[in-house]
Design a binder for this molecule. Structure first.
Ligand code: GLN
Length: 306
C-alpha cells in the first residue's frame, strides 16, 4: 500500500506545535536575523517524481551549510581521492566553527562539512575552475532544474562583514599551507556559496541526485560514480550536523545536512529526499522543528536506513 506522506506530514506539523516557539534564528549573520522565525516549510520528492508540500515549501531561504554538500560533490569530481589528503572524513564532535581541533591537527580539518573543511573545499574549487561562482550556480540550478536559483549578495556581504571566526580559521589553514588561494578570495567564495537562496522544493529535488546513489551522477558538468555518491552520503550521515550528528542519526536515522538558515535536507536512498525549513535553531545551530518533524516522520513511516 502507498504511504500517505501528505497526511502524515500534515498531522506531524500539528503534533509538533508545542515546540514551534522554541529556539531562535541565527543572528551572528545579521541578514539572517531579519528572517521571520515562524516560517515553516516541508517538501518531499520521491524518485518516481511525486511531490508532497506543506506551508512555506516554495519560499526561498539562505541554505548556508547545506551548500557544503554541493561544493564537496564538485571537489570530489575534480580531485577524487586526492581531496582526502587536505580534509578528513571523521566526525568532529565539535561546533561547526570551532578552531581548537584545527590547531592541534595542524590545519587538516576533520571533515568537509565543518566550516574549516568547507573553506578548504572552496579553495579547491577556486584552484580548478575558471569561473567558480557561475560553475557552482549552474551546477545547483541543473540539480534542481530551476534557473531562478541565485546567490544573495546581501547575505554573503553580511556574513563577510562579521565573519571573524571564519577569517581566523582561514588564516590558520593558510599558515599550515592548506589554502592555495588568497584568504580574502576563499572567504568571499565560501560565503557566497552559503548565501544561496533555495526553497524546500528546490532542495528536495536537488538532493534526489544523492538519494539515487545507485545511478551515475551527471549534472551541470559534475560527474560522480555511485561509489563517490555513497561516500558523500556516508559523510552526511556521520558529519552532517556537526556535534549533533550522532543525535540526528539516533533520532532520524537518515543521511542529512543542516544549515543555520534553518534548513535541513535528508535522503532515504533509492526512495526520496525531504527538505524542511524552520529558522528557529537549537544551541548547536540545527533547526528544532526540522529535527522534530523528521524524527517523527521516520518513526511514523518506519522508513529509516536502520
Ligand atoms: N555560513 C555559515 C558560517 O560559516 C554556515 C554555518 C552553518 O550553516 N552551520 O558560519
Amino acid at each position: 500500500m502507498q504511504t500517505n506522506y501528505q497526511e502524515i506530514l500534515e498531522n506531524i506539523v500539528i503534533e509538533m506545535q508545542p515546540f514551534a516557539k522554541e529556539g531562535k534564528q541565527a543572528d551572528y549573520i545579521p541578514a539572517l536575523a531579519k528572517v521571520d522565525p515562524d516560517k515553516l516549510g516541508i517538501c518531499l520528492t520521491t524518485v518516481s517524481g511525486e511531490t508532497y508540500k506543506i506551508g512555506d515549501a516554495d519560499e526561498k531561504f539562505s541554505i548556508q551549510s547545506i551548500s557544503k554538500v554541493f561544493s564537496l560533490a564538485i571537489a570530489l569530481s575534480l580531485e577524487g581521492k586526492e581531496l582526502w589528503k587536505r580534509v578528513g572524513k571523521e566526525p568532529s564532535g565539535s561546533a561547526f566553527n570551532s578552531l581548537v581541533q584545527l590547531e592541534y591537527e595542524h590545519g587538516i580539518p576533520r571533515n568537509p562539512f565543518i566550516n574549516a573543511g568547507a573553506i578548504v573545499v572552496a579553495d579547491v574549487l577556486l584552484t580548478h575552475l575558471k569561473d567558480p561562482k557561475s560553475f557552482f550556480l549552474q551546477f545547483v540550478r541543473s540539480l534542481c532544474d530551476n534557473q531562478s536559483i541565485d546567490y544573495s549578495p546581501e547575505v554573503a556581504e553580511s556574513e563577510l562583514a562579521c565573519g571573524y571566526l571564519n577569517a581566523s580559521i582561514a588564516y590558520l589553514l593558510k599558515y599550515h599551507g592548506n589554502l592555495q588561494n588568497e584568504v580574502k578570495d576563499v572567504l568571499e567564495f565560501y560565503s557566497l556559496m552559503c548565501s544561496m537562496m533555495m526553497s524546500c522544493t528546490d532542495l528536495s529535488r536537488a538532493f534526489l541526485a544523492f538519494a539515487e546513489s545507485n545511478k551515475p551522477f551527471c549534472h551541470g558538468g559534475v560527474e560522480l560514480t555511485p561509489s563517490r555518491v555513497k561516500r558523500i552520503n556516508a559523510i552526511m550521515q556521520t558529519c552532517g550536523f556537526y556535534d549533533e550528528a550522532g543525535e540526528f542519526s539516533f533520532l532520524v536515522g537518515l543521511p542529512g545536512k543542516s544549515g543555520v538558515g534553518g534548513g535541513i535536507v535528508a535522503i532515504y536512498p533509492s526512495k526520496y529526499a525531504i527538505a524542511t525549513w524552520s529558522p528557529r535553531l537549537n544551541n548547536k545551530g540545527n533547526s528544532i522543528m526540522g529535527m522534530k518533524i523528521l524524527e517523527e516522520f521516520t518513526t511514523q513511516t518506519s522508513e529509516s536506513i536502520f
